[in-house]
Design a protein around this ligand. Structure first.
Ligand code: ADP
Ligand code: MG
Length: 250
């Protein structure tokens, strides 16, 4: 579902990703951990081409993100074509980014109606099913400011799912939450994983990584230092940098 080959990304002279090689198979959950500034968010943003990579290749579901390959050469896709590629990728951020002036239902209905031109009635029906799935059917008419952080993040997940993504990217989805609200968001993500959604999750929740992750990647300084089965990486890290990081977060 995701294949990264030698992905490089710089901002000016700052080299943030220095050759990332990763693979996520369909239905797998990959958790990504690493110190602040190691390039985790940048890597996620490269996956859905919110950032243009400077080198290497990134495929999502067999499609080269942002480019068309022809006769061994790469041609940049037009914005509309990139937008079409991105439509199959859902993203959930640390800050929930809900539309504050729209109801919960409105937030979930918006993209399918605007972007996919789904009939509003059908989109509402799907949205209600998704809100039910994240345990918020009774909040459909509420506005984001009336919800807790955990509830808002669950709405954000429902909103991403409304586009029927093949891949979900999570960037520290529980980092902005009060501790007692973390569990309800992780539970929704666990359900998603159980249903077979392919997920890349940047998180500091090592319990989640161990329980739900098929793989755990430790990034530092723009490279993958170590990756493998979560249990193995957590209990028997092979690199000093991994050990040092884990000793701080565990
Ligand atoms: P992480 O998510 O692991 O904390 P980031 O991917 O956010 O790391 O950032 C990695 C590095 O890239 C940091 O040094 C950050 O300041 C820098 N960076 C991220 N985005 C930009 C940008 N748009 N312009 C310039 N530098 C950036
Ligand atoms: Mg980040």
């Amino acid at each position: 579902m995701v294949l990264a080959e030698n992905v490089h990304k710089s901002f000016g002279r700052l080299e943030v990703l220095r050759g990332i090689d990763l693979e996520v198979r369909r239905g797998e959950v990959m958790c990504v951990v690493g110190p602040s500034g190691s390039g985790k968010s940048t890597f996620l943003r490269c996956i859905n081409h919110l950032e243009k990579i400077n080198g290497g290749r990134l495929w999502v579901n067999g499609r080269l993100m942002g480019y068309r390959q022809h006769g061994g050469r790469l041609y940049e896709l037009r914005d509309s074509q990139v937008a079409a590629q991105r439509r199959d990728i859902g993203m959930v951020f640390q800050a929930f980014n809900l539309f504050p002036h729209m109801s919960v239902l409105g937030n979930v209905v918006e993209a399918p109606v605007r972007v996919k031109r789904e009939p509003r009635a059908a989109a509402r029906e799907t949205a209600m099913e998704l809100l039910d799935k994240v345990g918020l059917a009774d909040k459909a008419a509420s506005f984001p400011r009336q919800l807790s952080g955990g509830q808002q993040q669950r709405v954000a997940i429902a909103r991403a799912l409304a586009m029927r993504p093949e891949l979900m990217l999570f960037d520290e989805p529980t980092s902005a939450l009060d501790p007692e609200l973390v569990g309800e968001v992780l539970d929704v993500m666990k359900d998603l994983a159980r249903e077979g959604m392919t997920m890349v999750v940047v998180t500091h929740e090592m319990g989640f990584a161990r329980e739900v992750g098929d793989s755990l990647v430790f990034m530092d300084g723009g490279v993958v230092v170590e990756s493998g089965a979560p249990k193995r990486v957590l209990t028997d890290p092979q690199h000093e940098r991994t050990r040092a990081f884990l000793s701080k977060v565990l």
